[in-house]
Every structure is written in C-alpha cells, then in structure tokens.
Write a protein that binds this ligand. Structure first.
Ligand SMILES: Cc1cc2nc3c(=O)[nH]c(=O)nc-3n(C[C@H](O)[C@H](O)[C@H](O)COP(=O)(O)OP(=O)(O)OC[C@H]3O[C@@H](n4cnc5c(N)ncnc54)[C@H](O)[C@@H]3O)c2cc1C
Length: 363
C-alpha cells in the first residue's frame, strides 16, 4: 500500500501527528529508531493537568499517572516564592507509559509503526513529518534554520523525601544553574526526580554533582540520563523542497516552553496539527502559530528576562513580586502552558480583587 505520510520519531509529537493524519483517512508510517516506544526515558514527565485533559479524547492518562502535584516552591537566593493553586495543577506521569499509550492509539487508528529504524534520508513518502527530537536529522537534511539556543540537562531518580510529596521545588541561581534551573519532583513520599539544566556551553555534570551534594543526596540513582532541551523555535518549521513537503513538530521544531523546558503538551498539540495539515506546509505553520505562537513567544520572552541574570531574578524583583501579591495572582490565575490565555481582559479586575482581599485580610 502506498504511504501518504511518513513520520519520523515516535515521541508525543510523532504519535499525535500520526493519530491526526489517520483521522484524516491517510495511510501513515511512523518510524522510530528505538526498539520500544518511550525508551530510553529522558524526561521528567511533569505535565499540566489541563494539558493532559486536552489529550484525553485520545487516551486515558490515569493508567500512567505517578503523582499529583498541587504546588511549586521556588528558591532564589535566600527567598522563597510559593505558587499554590486550590486544585491539583500538574500530574507526574511515566513518560514511557504516556508515549506507549499514544503509540497504541496511533495503531488503533490504523497507523503502521516501524520500530528499530533510524531514518535520515530514505523516506517512504513525499509528505514527511520530522518529529525526531532536538537533534532532528530531518531538519538537517532539508536545511531548516538552526535552533538558536539549547540547555543541557541531567536528571536521576533518587531515594529522597520531600517535606511535601505533592510540591515541586525549583531552584534559581546564576552560579549553580546558569541559564536555567534545578528541580526536585516528588514521585512519592520516598523518591524524587532530581535534575537541572544549564545553558550551552556549560556542561551539566559538575553542577549536577554539586546540587546533589547540597541537597544531601547520598543514594545512587535508579535511572540517570543527560539530554538537551531546545529553548527557541526554529525560524521556519515547514517547507516544500525538492518535491517533498516537510513539517517539523515538537522538539524538532523547538516548540518547547523556554521557561521550564516542558515540551510534552506543545509537542503533542503541534504534532496533531502537523498530522492534520500533512502535505500542506503553509497551512501547518499558520495554524500552529495562531494556536500556540503567542504562548511560546511569552515563554521565550520570560526566559530572556530571566537570563539577564543568568537564570536568577534580581532579589529586589522577587521581593517586589511578593509584596505585590504575585504569589496569589499566579496561584489563582497562573497557567503552566497557555500563558497567552492569562492575558484575558478580566485579568486586571481579578488582580484588583486579590489585592483588595489581601489588604483587607492583612488589616
Ligand atoms: C531532563 C528533561 C526533563 C524534561 N521534563 C519534561 C517535563 O517534565 N515535562 C514536559 O512537558 N517536558 C519535559 N521535557 C521535554 C520533553 O521531553 C520534550 O519536549 C518532548 O519529549 C518532545 O517530544 P517530541 O516528540 O518532540 O520529541 P522526543 O520525545 O524526543 O521524540 C523523538 C523521537 O524520535 C526518535 N528519533 C530521533 N531521531 C530519529 C531518526 N533519525 N529516525 C527515527 N527515529 C528517530 C527518538 O528516538 C524519539 O523517540 C524534558 C526534557 C528533558 C531533557
């Protein structure tokens, strides 16, 4: 049977591209270089609950949920900043489990999965979707503009008890995590994922060892890895060239939150749009930018603001943010992914209400 769409890469972007292309009635081949989808796992697996809910029509994520996250504590210098919404905001999932669910759904929709095949130039169709991660061979082969910034990360799973097993910890320090941050994400009461990122050309290993020592972690990691995260979107994410239409999605396109490095939500959503618009580069680029371009641009802008201080906000800015009740504002109105949605017309009114409530409470 002729293949209408050839997708390279079986992560969230590739699987969701495949699901969407199948829903369009296309015959789809998805090639993944590893022998098992989702492995080796190189991700924390923290995703907003709203992001997961938006994927729900395609999968039941409860099967792969590990822990519910209700709040985040940010450490910067000697200050702490707590964002604590009333409801569970994020879910820690088994990332390999999530990818396997998505791949199973792709096959259920009639897609063909080809495992253990690395594709760099021999394509099965004229319509290609490059969902092959941050070092995309598809993007290189077709001469797409380069991604301009990356962070290098290390992470391990450790025996480590957090005071609050449902609160993530975020560490900002220009000296300890230049250009990014460190994190502790509880898996349960006794274990946590501990990791960090530093901007290129810094190497993460010495920072990682220092971070573990500072946290007093002495146990060995059960799963440790190093990986990179793109923190800028490519200037072009789709093109027609030499008789091929080529669409990039997910990390291959740089569709990642530059603030946190989270890319599951945007990768899956943009992948879905790539599958829907396979064969039509202009329509894809236009649709994903109008759906998510503003959100990603705001994440990018916030990252460049943070990077003025190499990833560490000036103490006075944090003090001001606390004094102006930004903890409450972010707790009530904050969004993990769709920052553009926060800019709704009612935001100033909500903020005024929060300030009034806090001032009344403080009196
Ligand atoms: C340390 C770390 C922690 C992270 N934590 C989070 C988090 O908590 N939440 C979050 O939302 N995001 C997180 N991310 C980011 C997230 O992992 C990525 O944004 C997400 O995986 C992007 O999905 P993708 O499908 O675009 O790419 P990938 O998941 O990288 O999938 C690409 C796939 O393509 C395959 N492939 C590559 N080249 C080829 C080839 N030539 N031929 C065939 N197959 C190929 C790869 O094997 C891989 O399976 C983290 C990243 C890192 C490094």
């Amino acid at each position: 049977m002729a293949i209408d769409v050839h997708i390279i890469g079986g992560g969230p972007a590739g699987c969701f591209a495949g699901i969407a292309a199948c829903l369009q009635g296309k015959s789809v081949l998805l090639s993944e270089e590893h022998r098992r989808i989702g492995e080796p796992e190189a991700c924390s697996g923290l995703i907003s609950k709203s992001g997961l809910d938006s994927l729900l029509p395609h999968m039941n994520y409860a099967e792969v949920a590990l822990n519910g996250i209700t709040s985040a504590k940010i450490f910067s210098g000697n200050q702490e900043f707590v964002i604590s919404p009333r409801e569970e905001v994020a879910v820690l999932v088994s990332r390999s489990g999530l990818d396997q669910l998505a791949a199973a759904e792709f096959e259920r929709q009639g897609g063909k999965l080809e495992l253990g095949r690395k594709v760099t130039r021999s394509f099965a169709s004229r319509h290609i979707i490059g969902a092959d991660g941050p070092a995309s061979a598809v993007a290189d082969h077709f001469g797409f503009p380069k991604i301009s910034s990356y962070v290098a990360c290390m992470q391990g799973n450790f025996d480590y008890s957090c005071d609050n097993p449902h609160q993530t910890q975020v560490y900002l320090s220009a000296q300890d995590f230049p250009g990014f941050f460190g994190w502790v994400i509880p898996i349960n009461e006794e274990q946590a994922k501990i990791g960090l990122g530093v901007s290129f050309p810094s190497h993460p290993l010495k920072y990682y060892r220092r971070f573990l020592a500072k946290l007093g972690v002495s146990s060995r990691s059960s799963h440790e890895f190093a990986a990179v995260i793109p923190t800028s979107v490519r200037k072009k994410t789709a093109m027609a060239k030499s008789g091929f239409s080529v669409l990039l999605a997910g990390d291959a396109a740089g569709q990642v939150k530059a603030t946190t490095g989270g890319g599951i939500f945007f990768g899956a959503q943009c992948g879905f749009l790539a599958g829907k618009n396979s064969g039509n580069p202009g329509a894809y680029e236009q649709e994903w930018k109008s759906a998510y371009g503003l959100d990603l641009a705001i994440h990018g802008y916030l990252r460049s603001l943070l990077n003025i201080g190499k990833g560490e906000p000036k103490p006075i800015l944090l003090s001001a943010a606390k004094a102006l009740f930004f903890e409450d504002l972010l707790s009530e109105k904050g969004r993990m992914d769709r920052l553009g949605k926060m800019l709704e017309p009612s935001l100033p009114l909500s903020y005024a209400e929060i300030v009034a409530r806090r001032l009344a409470g403080a009196r």
